[in-house]
Design a protein around this ligand. Structure first.
Ligand code: NAP
Ligand code: SF4
Length: 673
């Protein structure tokens, strides 16, 4: 008896039946741009083998001007069609289905040739768009149609027309970006003409038996966005024009409200999709921060949608659906919504992967094959680096023993999970525990590994992590000075606090110190905090009163020595959320300070090379978040005894260590042992 009757029920689309209610949402991985079509095919086929009903590719440009960046992939030539055939054939061999997303970026296209409804520059692009004339609009529509017919020729089961997230089509829909006075602007009937014509003409060109998904922005989260009446009107019109399914888009890219980050509550926007249910007769898909079969089942059982879209969870675990079918959800590697290896890579011009699963997008490159000879392997350190090594080595048939001084698995992940907004780390630690138990790895917790204990193993892996850096500030031994570890483990902290070090941990600790109950596990509070309201009441779903965060529970000052904006080096797609959160909570953030000394009254700081303006910042506690150094004592002792070992993770390089690098390094090492 399945725990997921709604999620695993087939969906009859009339001309084709989807085997369950799970769509793998579109992700721009960068794979198509590698032009390694075997690799692209393997990425999708791996997920098809994992049981997902339907996948949507990353956005393919319908033409040059609509590409997200110059050189963005699309089906422009016969060779492109032949290349995509490799992908669709491989997916079909794996009993999967795949639709190609057609994405026209409009004014979000990162290039001087970008076009839009009107010449209104986007706040997130340096390129002002050109307003297109009627002929230009006809050309764009016809390019959408050509892309769809080519997708059909390339063997796709359908297309997704990207009508949300603030891209080209969205730019026609709202008055904010559409100032036209011709039949493509003005009243809503005119503004929605573009998507309706695109869907109508695609349907005419591809015939009845081809899936057309229309991705519709249900809550724009920008000023003067769509009203919900308009959303319903558009949904009905695209249904009448021939769409097979309506998918949900949440928020324009320029919105200043997080929509998919880890601090966004799970299923935070399923209530918005639910508002559309009953207004159309075609299936409706909901999306955003759905990352377990239980949440997905709950969303469907609550009547929020007919299907769920999950994207990043399929990077973390391609076998998501197969494991749900087997009632083994606890073995699904969880997407923690960190963006660190997926979206941050995309925006950094790098190929996507996944923090939790470094094999994502590297299926043909990082191959975990059975070992030719089973070895005994000792892994010292049960943090992400050690655990990844252990799991991959065990998967290859080695006999693995993990040593850790503490009584639990997870290392620093156990600290991260204490931070409000990082609750997903609980799931990651739980998953590691399940995976280690399933792999029959020997656990020697509460044990400090010694050179003697390690002598007899064929291979020794040192993943002993990091220890806090000593910032050598006068007065740091005073009792009111705490390390981030003390704080996250629950030490008493006063009302006025100075945090030293504004890296990832300094930000996390500051959030911990100012936040009472985490809004990430309280949706109404989170919506209020960020100023989100019902789009039926306010256009775009923005509350007129703006963000209304709870008052901070402490007064925090966050300091760093570098004279740059604190938090500048945080994740590309998430750093702004951390900075905005601390700003909303009234945290004072200061760069360019020297630490002079800590006294019982507070901390004395100065500015500039000449150490001018000595100032006392009064506080009850000073918390040190001054980075880390490698813990290598065991590695050094082994080397002194002539015992070879592999040193990975923070023990190898402490600078800018994060779980992404640790897991990647551990997995890659184990694939070669
Ligand atoms: P970090 O990011 O390297 O930051 C260390 C901070 O300490 C910097 O602000 C640095 O700024 C300061 N510092 C360095 N040496 C110092 C010294 N001798 N005295 C006083 N201050 C000093 O390290 P972290 O915050 O410990 O984070 C560790 C890793 O985890 C990082 O890779 C981080 O990206 C990752 N992480 C990320 C997140 C996130 O993105 N949300 C959260 C947690 C952890 P100055 O040198 O300018 O003073
Ligand atoms: Fe999810 Fe983070 Fe992996 Fe991206 S990198 S898929 S957000 S776990």
């Amino acid at each position: 008896m399945t725990k997921y009757p709604h999620l695993l029920a087939p969906l009859d689309l009339g001309f084709v039946t989807l085997k369950n209610r799970v769509l793998m949402g579109s992700m721009h991985t960068g794979l198509e741009e590698t032009k390694d079509w075997n690799r692209v095919a393997e990425f999708y086929a791996t997920r098809a083998r994992g049981g997902v009903a339907l996948m949507v590719t990353g956005g393919m440009a319908p033409n040059k001007e609509g590409g997200v960046f110059p050189g963005a992939a699309g089906l422009f030539t016969d060779q492109d069609i032949a290349n995509h055939r490799i992908v669709t054939d491989r997916v079909h061999e794996a009993d999967g289905k795949i639709a190609m997303q057609i994405l026209h970026a409009g004014r979000y296209a990162y290039g001087p040739d970008c076009v839009s409804a009107s010449a209104v520059k986007s706040p997130i692009s340096p390129f002002p768009p050109k307003e297109i004339d009627e002929d230009g609009i006809e050309k764009q529509i016809s390019d959408f149609v050509t892309a769809a017919t080519r997708a059909k020729e390339a063997g796709y089961d359908g297309v997704e027309v990207m009508g949300s997230e603030g891209y080209f089509i969205n730019q026609f829909l709202v008055l904010h970006t559409n100032k036209r006075t011709d039949r493509w602007g003005g009243d809503y009937e005119n503004r929605m003409r573009l998507p309706v014509e695109i869907v109508r003409r695609i349907r005419k060109a591809v015939g009845p038996d081809f899936i057309i998904i229309y991705r519709l922005s249900m809550i724009d989260l920008i000023p003067n966005g769509s009203s919900f009446e308009e959303v319903i009107q558009l949904a009905k019109a695209v249904e009448a024009a021939g769409a097979t399914i309506i998918n949900t888009g949440i928020g324009w890219h320029e919105a200043r409200i997080p929509t998919i980050a880890t601090s966004v509550p799970r299923r935070a926007f399923s209530w918005v999709t639910k508002k559309l249910m009953g207004h159309v007769n075609i299936p409706v898909i909901t999306s955003n921060r759905i990352n377990t079969p239980d949440v997905a089942e709950e969303v469907l059982a609550d009547g929020c949608a007919d299907m769920v879209s999950m994207a990043r969870p399929f990077l973390a675990d391609p076998n998501f659906v197969a494991k749900a079918v087997a009632n083994r959800a606890e073995t699904i590697a969880p997407c923690i919504a960190c963006n660190q290896a997926c979206l941050d890579h995309t925006f950094g011009g790098k190929l996507s992967s996944c923090l939790v699963n470094p094999r994502a997008c590297f299926e043909t490159e990082l191959v975990v094959a059975p070992a030719s000879e089973a070895k005994t392997i000792a892994v010292v350190g049960a943090g992400p680096a050690g655990l990844s090594t252990a799991l991959t080595a065990a998967e290859r048939g080695h006999k693995v023993t993990i040593f850790d001084r503490s009584d639990r698995l997870g290392g620093q992940l156990n600290l991260a999970k204490q931070v409000p907004g990082k609750e997903e780390f609980h799931g990651l630690v739980d998953w590691f525990e399940t995976a280690v138990a399933d792999a029959e790895i020997e656990l020697r917790l509460n044990e400090t590994a010694t050179v003697d204990a390690l002598q007899s193993f064929d291979e020794v892996v040192i993943a002993t992590g990091v220890v806090p850096r000593d910032p050598e500030i006068e007065g740091q031994d005073l009792p009111q000075v705490l390390s981030y570890i003390d704080v996250l483990r629950g030490a008493d902290v006063g009302k006025k606090v100075v945090v030293i070090g504004a890296g990832g941990i300094g930000f996390d600790v500051s959030e911990f110190l100012v936040t009472g109950d985490s809004p990430t596990v309280n949706l109404p509070e989170w919506l209020r905090e960020w100023g989100v309201t019902d789009p039926s009441d306010q256009r775009g779903g923005l509350a007129p009163e703006g963000p209304q965060p709870d008052a901070p529970i402490r007064d925090v000052t966050l300091l760093q020595r570098k004279a740059e904006k604190p938090g500048r080096r945080l994740g590309k797609t998430t750093g702004w959320i951390h900075r905005a959160t601390l700003q909303m909570k009234g945290v004072t953030m200061k760069g360019g300070v020297n630490y002079e000394r800590i006294t019982p009254e507070g901390i004395w700081v100065s500015t500039g090379e000449a150490r001018e303006n000595p100032t006392l910042i009064p506080c009850d506690n000073v918390v040190l978040c001054a980075g880390q150094v490698s813990e290598r004592s065991l590695a050094d002792a082994l080397e002194a005894e002539g015992i070879p070992c592999h040193v990975i993770g923070g023990a190898d390089v402490a600078a800018e260590l994060d779980a992404k690098r640790a897991i990647d390094q551990g997995t890659r090492l184990a694939a070669t042992l």
